[in-house]
Design a protein around this ligand. Sequence first.
Ligand code: MTE
Ligand code: HPA
Ligand code: MOS
Length: 769
Amino acid sequence: MKNVDARTHLRGESVYLDDMPLLNGTLFGAAFGSPVAHGHINSLDLTDAAQMPGVVRIFTSKDITGENQIGGIIPDEPLFAEQETHFCGMPVAFVVATSTEAARAAVKKIKLDISPLPVITDPREAQAQGQLIIPPRSFRLGDTNAAWNQCTHIVTGTADTNGQEHLYIETQGAYVIPQENNALRIYSSTQGPTAVQRAVSKALGLPMHMLEVEVTRLGGGFGGKEDQANTWAALCALAAHHLKKPVKYALHRMEDMAMTGKRHPYSSDFKIGLDAEGRILAYEVTFYQNAGAAADLSPAVLERTLFHCTNSYFIPNVMATAYSCRTHLPPNTAFRGFGGPQGMFVIEAAIAKAAGVMGVPAAVIQQKNLHHTGDEFPYGQRAQSEAHACWERADDLYDAPAIRRSINAFNKTNQLYKKGMAFMPVCFGISFTKTLMNQARALVHVYTDGSVSVTTGAVEMGQGVNTKILQVAAQVFSIPPEQVRIQPTSTWRIANTSPSAASATTDLNGKATLMACTAIAERLKEVAAAGLQVNAADITLRDGYVYVQGDRTNWDWKKLLMEAYTKRVSLSEHAHYATPEIHFDAAKEKGHPFAYHVYGTAIVEVTVDCLRGTYVIDAVKVVHDFGASMNPAIDIGQIEGGIVQGIGWMTMEEVIYDADGRLRSNALSTYKVPDIYAVPKDIEIAFLETQQDNLAIFRSKAVGEPPLMYGIGAWFALRNAIYAFNPHASIPFTAPMTPEKVLMALYSKTMTGTPSPHEQTVTHLAVDK
Ligand code: MTE
Ligand code: HPA
Ligand code: MOS
């Protein structure tokens, strides 16, 4: 089935926050963000700004009617800076004017007298100074200390990944309309309507039932609107509450880039030990997460890094420690993969380095250590593994030995172009790591004309969740999809929602929809059974008709509904779903946190121009574990998008803050994202066919985040291409691998006297298979 939004998207008729018709009297806001990352505010002079044309009022922390606090997990984030600023762009004041131009012009007239304080941008420095968001956490399996003795090869190193700008096409924003008796209707571009409702409730001191948050769709979220839509909604709500006028703020791109957090940069240390056959016996890793100035979602992101620190591999002895470090950057936040990619990069780096020392291709070590069903993750859950199935299918389907041979042949005959390839296996856990968040509700109304209305907590952000939920309802009632409409998400229709995140939105909200529709269908069958004088068990609903023991009756869908309505049987249902079986004990750091895991393997091929350091991604060939996909078109779109976003993070997207904590890569002229020329020339996606039972909706496994991590393979493919040109190259494990870094590596040398371990790798590769 086609994406239900395809038609309006293509015609430019889909409505986003900035497309909404405005009410008469609407005012426009603009935030004044701190120009200094860490400073003491001596005085704030609003006089000139207040006299600018069109300015209605300027709000500061003094105007807050509730608490000056928007922290979600930890209350450590003021909405407005009071005495101190903690990051560049931290809101200090909010100007409201009769036009957005007037508001922005007035922002420029605000005078802030501020004394700079020491700025920390490096997570290791923050950790050394004891600046931690939460106490460190450790996952342990077996005993690494005892295992090192048994290792033939022990390799240590450091691996760093940088941040990533979300670059959703629709920037952050909110539009708040006052209602009678202080109630507020809040339109917000948010993945978490309830998060916005809670944040506004706290900042304004209003009960949640006074605040309706409604979301039709987002022009992308990618995690950036899981928590960070709250600020703009709270600012607009505060102004609307005071002024009794509608207030709107849709951020400009540069405001959005400067004021919002991004993917967390990480710096990590690893130590890996293997036996003579290449089995990984022990792995120790320490993660330094750059959380930014406030907790935001960092503790949860940190946890997912630990959960994914061994990726698809079984390692019997693991000791993983993670520090969430407070720095003076904008609070970093959720981003597709949610800490998982950062953890996976490090284990892949450790394996690549160990393979170099041992003189074997990394793929040999990777494949040998993939986990099997029943193997234990460091957090206690046992794998229901498709790791080998995906790898072996990819190896076979895409003929990896032939790819390797042709790359070696190419590299022998070309001086200035070199090719490289890498395998990237992925294993990603599905469920919010915080067990309580794995719940959802759906409200289904069937109208007497046969049309069906479904509301859930799910937010459509381009990932296709509305289409999939619509499919669930249409399938249960066995009616055409046109008869079902997915309504905007609203906190008055569905309460206490988890954000649309963790790739679990369709699983959670789809299952609640399945329950609600099934309950209504069961009641309808009773009505039909009574009317047709047969057993309810003999009745099925199919293609818009009532069937008895497989035979079609003359009761169509509408007649059935009218009959039920006449008999005063409810045609509505509100259902609640909570993922069964999952649990986690944070004291022991053990449990069964995930409903299931998604697996896959990608083969990434690249060509490097060794004169310029530029490169192309030739191909990404994937075998992906979709379970039984309920919408292959949407799922393939998710894989392609995830791959390109992952490649962008690993290769070209470079977030740069200077030592003063100011964002230098603050526009699309300085922050490069993949364009049509940068995407892989070839993306092939094969479905792993399995009949495994699992907790996914209709066994259609979650697909939103896992494919991003295939992009990590691009980094290692580039590394291999560089070694083909220069076996002595020194290539630190730092991402992104920008063309500048490639160029430096191509002409670099490891320290004299130390033969590069990769010389052997290259020779071995040349004779491999
Ligand atoms: N796809 C599109 N087009 N736009 C998005 O914002 N977000 C990603 C992923 N795919 C996103 C996307 C992220 S971070 C997540 S967690 C999932 O979609 C969320 O949706 P799901 O739970 O329905 O997969
Ligand atoms: N994934 C994504 N978002 C989240 C999670 C998670 O595990 N926990 C809290 N928010
Ligand atoms: Mo996705 S990072 O869980 O919004």
